[in-house]
Design a protein around this ligand. Structure first.
Ligand SMILES: Cc1cc2nc3c(=O)[nH]c(=O)nc-3n(C[C@H](O)[C@H](O)[C@H](O)COP(=O)(O)OP(=O)(O)OC[C@H]3O[C@@H](n4cnc5c(N)ncnc54)[C@H](O)[C@@H]3O)c2cc1C
Length: 649
């Protein structure tokens, strides 16, 4: 392993999509190293389990591969570009192409695919220069003219699938060509290495600046005759930009090496304690995280239970423009900021789904797939999910024109043609909102009358920009791919599924079955929301007027069960916005804090510690401190502890 390979950061944390693309381009074009990507989330248990193994493996293989981590919460767009649906997901890239992938914390698979891609990279690290091919044919088949040889060479170049700006005969294609020639003539032409290990610079040799080469700097492209160091005075704009990128990379790598322990991001995971929690918050969207910030700042050390991916804003790749104080921030980034703020004040996270709540005795119990959390109070903030049509094209075009929130995304389609699907109040409101800015709105409804209130339905029917298609359903949503080219003209084909945008829909008449196509730039699905409340069935009262929504008392967030509060979309069938959810999350934390203090449920853990300390100091005079046994001494003070722990003492 070269000195420089040793200098590479063990695992690099990617901070932006641009950084990721740059890194992929660099290793595809100048080092030939495989890139192994861990898509993780800081709240996911299996991600936590595999993280040290990933780091160890990176150390073991040294400079033969580049190991990077992508936080799916912070880089949601990048994760969805690669179709990450569960965590952790590992993807293995070579030459910008995805070669392997798997999800889950499987050490064996991780090791197997890592070894495999390293071998593949080494096998493909060959180049067949034109001059070698000419001299080969000169010896083997003198009848071939230089033009014939050039044709063979060009065919090889054309078949190379990786990015190949220098138009070289390289990799597996060069190997296959050599194999065919060997079969025909009995011997193969001579290869050269495509990527060469880079010589450590003077600084690196002296150890002055080990980081200068940065990630993947252990190899360089085999460009015969080119000087390694560009003369910046004579360089073209492209060379200067390339040099700038190299330096940025080196700088970034140097920063990574200075970063603290890789596992620091997992430090805020929830761990069971002998005492019940004071507040457990179910849900990690704006409502739950706002409640967590307030509860944490009140010293309640809340636990937030939520799966690593989820919440409505995670699906909003464009900016959230109506949250006061936030500019140029996408939905996932807003959630990530809220989460960081909650962590900063001491909230902990259990990355799981709540499957049930036990209210038969106090403390209450929150059950997930992998844990039981005993808690004095609960804040439910599990949001509401939009109902979808489940037709072809709908899922992959979400974010590309398919939306369930006209208030949120309508302005993007200013001056465009849009469809609204539905016949209830929400569909009518959406159509009226969109008609203010869009060129035309077509409402698609499966019946011949609207279910919506009369006044709204009438306004829609009379609006000059709105037309209605009765007895009609959407059979398919149509789209076209968007090119993934970057603004500087680079086209990075990273084997990513192309982003798509809506171009129209196929409509079907429910009586005749006749299908027609309609052009449109967006489809707004307004067929209702389903609050995520199945785990609360039979426990709290639901809103009799809005099925599935948790009923709260008056203007408070109290539910029918003392100690259980509800906030955000799960209890709000009307406003359903990030700002209103965050506001009610704050209210829920304040309500819970007041309820805990009215019930006299203080901080049992610190009370217990204070009592023990007092006894310890008292006992210090009687016997040696090293004889002290906490468990012996806990005797009369187990009432605040969990039943299980109390029984053990
Ligand atoms: C595409 C789209 C775009 C939007 N754009 C905007 C916008 O621009 N501005 C705006 O103000 N609003 C917007 N909204 C609405 C906004 O996202 C919601 O009003 C807001 O997110 C509601 O917050 P919440 O915390 O109540 O619920 P959610 O954000 O839905 O969060 C619910 C949380 O609960 C978790 N959860 C669910 N079930 C369980 C369970 N059983 N156990 C544990 N956890 C669970 C979820 O994983 C998630 O973390 C948009 C909505 C959509 C769908």
């Amino acid at each position: 392993m070269s000195a420089l390979a040793n200098a590479r950061p063990i695992v690099r944390h990617i901070r932006s999509t641009h950084e990721f693309d740059r890194l992929m381009r660099k290793h595809s074009q100048t080092t030939g190293l495989p890139v192994i990507v861990d898509f993780y989330s800081d709240g996911c248990g299996p991600c936590r389990m595999i993280a040290p193994i990933f780091k160890k493996l990176a150390q073991e293989v040294g400079g033969k591969a580049v190991f990077v981590k992508v936080d799916t919460n912070a880089l949601y767009e990048l994760s969805s570009r690669y179709g990450v649906r569960s965590l952790p997901t590992f993807k293995f890239f070579l030459g910008g192409r995805k070669v392997h992938e798997f999800s889950g914390a499987g050490e064996q698979q991780l090791r197997h695919f890592t070894q495999d891609i390293i071998q593949k990279a080494e096998w493909e690290n060959v180049m067949l220069p034109m001059e070698n091919l000419l001299s080969y044919y000169g010896k083997q088949d003198a009848s071939k003219t230089p033009t014939d040889v050039e044709k063979v060479y060009t065919k090889c170049v054309d078949q190379v699938k990786d990015e190949n700006p220098a138009k070289l005969c390289v990799g597996a294609v060069a190997r296959n060509l050599a194999k065919s020639l060997k079969k025909k003539y009995g011997s193969a032409p001579e290869f050269e290495k495509r990527f060469l290990p880079e010589e450590p610079s003077a600084n690196e040799q002296s150890g002055d600046d080990k980081k200068a080469g940065g990630a993947g700097g252990s190899k360089k492209t085999n460009n015969k005759g080119n000087s390694d160091q560009p003369n910046l005075h004579l360089a073209t704009k492209e060379q200067l930009l390339a040099e700038l990128e190299n330096r940025l990379d080196a700088e970034r790598d140097a920063q990574v090496e200075d970063e603290e322990d890789d596992n620091a991001e997992f430090d805020h995971g929830w761990t069971p304690s002998p005492f019940p929690e004071r507040v457990t918050i179910i849900g990690g969207g704006p409502a739950g995280l706002s409640a967590a910030i307030y509860a944490a700042r009140a010293g309640l050390k809340p636990v937030v239970v939520a799966p690593p991916l989820g919440g409505q804003l995670q699906g909003k790749g464009v900016d959230v423009e109506n949250y006061p104080g936030l500019f140029n921030v996408t939905g996932p980034a807003v959630v990530s900021l809220m989460r960081q703020q909650a962590i900063a004040y001491g909230a902990t996270f259990e990355a799981d789904v709540v499957v049930g709540i036990d209210v038969s005795e106090r403390p209450l119990k929150v059950k997930t797939n992998s844990s039981v959390i005993e808690t004095h109070s609960i804040i439910v903030a599990t949001g509401a999910e939009s109902n979808w049509l489940n037709v072809k094209g709908e899922y992959e075009l979400r974010g590309g024109g398919v939306s369930s929130c006209a208030t949120c995304d309508g302005h993007i389609y200013r001056g465009k043609h849009v469809l609204v699907v539905g016949g209830g109040d929400t569909a009518m409101e959406d159509a009226l909102v969109l008609a203010r800015t869009s060129e035309s709105v077509t409402v698609i409804h499966r019946r011949d009358t609207f279910r919506a209130s009369k006044i709204l339905a009438q306004r829609v029917a009379e609006h000059p920009s709105i037309s209605i298609k009765w007895n009609t359903v959407v059979a398919e949503i149509l789209g076209k791919p968007l090119s993934l080219g970057t603004s500087d003209g680079d086209n990075v084909d990273l084997d990513a599924p192309a982003e798509k945008v809506v171009t129209g829909a196929v409509l079907k008449d429910i009586y005749t079955g006749e299908e027609t196509t309609i052009d449109a730039d967006a489809v707004f699905v307004a067929i209702g929301h389903t609050p995520t409340t199945s785990f609360l069935e039979g426990i709290v009262e639901f809103n009799p007027k809005h099925a599935g929504y948790v009923l709260t008392q008056g203007t408070s967030t109290k539910t029918s069960v003392p100690g259980i509060f509800a906030c955000g979309d799960v209890a709000d069938s009307i406003y359903r916005q990030a700002i209103t959810s965050a506001g009610s999350g704050a209210a829920a934390a304040l309500d819970a804090e007041r309820w805990l203090s009215e019930e006299g449920l203080g901080n049992e853990e610190s009370d217990f510690e204070a009592e023990l300390l007092a006894e310890l100091l008292e006992n210090d005079g009687r016997r040696g401190a090293d004889e002290y046994n906490v468990y012996e001494e806990a005797g009369g003070r187990v009432s605040g502890m969990k039943e299980s722990t109390g029984a053990e003492l």
